[in-house]
Design a protein around this ligand. Structure first.
Ligand code: AMP
Length: 125
């Protein structure tokens, strides 16, 4: 998937659209999903122009990858959802492309928590 610099998350990164920021690091931004699917629903995105997780994993620098991975952990800590710290747990999701039913073509990891999230997959809609 080629990168579209007009996608909504690129516009959030440029400050053209507001977001409810949870965390910002040198290479990553985390903000609340506008249509939450759980009591906690945070999106973590890299600041670089990566459309999908596989683009990022193959094209990003080690500094970006470490920063992004740590940012996800920091958000989990801020939310207090890690089972190891007494939280109820969470789910990470990163949709990619057509079959992944990705709506916004800038890599994002959903962090969902705060309720029992049910089985992993639902039938296609
Ligand atoms: P996906 O299907 O994985 O591409 O999910 C895209 C997610 O972005 C959805 O959960 C949307 O609710 C969310 N979203 C779309 N626009 C915004 C926005 N302006 N601020 C926060 N979240 C958004």
């Amino acid at each position: 998937m080629s990168y579209d610099p007009q996608n909504i998350f690129a516009r959030i990164l440029r400050g053209e659209i507001p977001c409810t920021k949870v965390l910002e690091t040198p290479h990553s931004l985390a903000f609340r999903d506008i249509a939450p699917q759980a009591p906690d629903h945070v999106l973590v995105i890299p600041k670089g122009p990566y459309a999908t997780y596989d683009d990022f994993a193959t094209g990003a620098s080690e500094a970006e990858i470490v920063d992004f991975t740590r940012a996800i952990g920091q958000v989990c800590a801020l939310l207090g959802v890690g089972p190891g710290v007494g939280g109820g747990g969470f789910r990470l999701i990163s949709n990619a492309g057509r079959d992944g039913v990705q709506e916004v073509p800038h890599l994002h990891v959903h962090i969902l928590a705060g309720r029992n999230l049910g089985r992993m997959l639902n039938p296609p809609r």
